[in-house]
Design a protein around this ligand. Structure first.
Ligand code: ZN
Length: 150
């Protein structure tokens, strides 16, 4: 699976989604195996209820509750070429809803362990996908966000 960092690296970069954590302290888990598949995301370990901010201006595409991701958010970037995915949230920011415009840096949720995250390992699972269809917030080609924050 190609790593398309150049797609976002030229766009002024992205904020790091958990301000309580320094990206310099993180290991890149993008290429790690998760079962038979690659992870294609980064796991940002942080105290439970740490604030999660929007990495970019955009629109909330979908608020999803699933067995794996738990409470999760899909956010479109402004031109709907990228989707940012935030998972295992403890809670959404109050009033957050689908179709809502969010600003870069706005608090959208809180770190937790919902879904299949280990109960004593609160973290944000964060992923970026490049999508080819402006109505599809799912699927897409994984982009490694890690080099952007370096
Ligand atoms: Zn993960």
């Amino acid at each position: 699976m190609p790593v398309r960092t150049e797609i976002v690296a030229g766009a002024g970069g992205l904020l790091f989604p958990v301000p309580a954590v320094s990206p310099a302290s993180m290991a890149n888990s993008f290429a790690d195996a998760r079962g038979s598949r690659s992870h294609h995301a980064v796991d940002i370990m942080a105290p439970r209820n740490s604030e999660i901010i929007a990495v970019d201006d955009g629109v909330i595409a979908k608020l999803m509750v699933s067995a794996k991701g738990g409470l999760s958010i899909y956010e479109w970037n402004p031109d709907r070429t990228l989707v940012y995915f935030y998972a295992h949230l403890q809670a959404y920011a109050p009033g957050l809803e689908e179709g809502q415009t969010v600003r870069r840096g706005q608090v959208i949720g809180y770190v937790g362990t919902t879904g299949n995250a280990p109960p004593n390992t609160p973290h944000l699972h964060f992923a970026i996908a490049q999508v080819g269809d402006k109505d599809r917030w799912w699927g897409g080609v994984p982009v490694d966000p890690f080099p952007i924050w370096r």
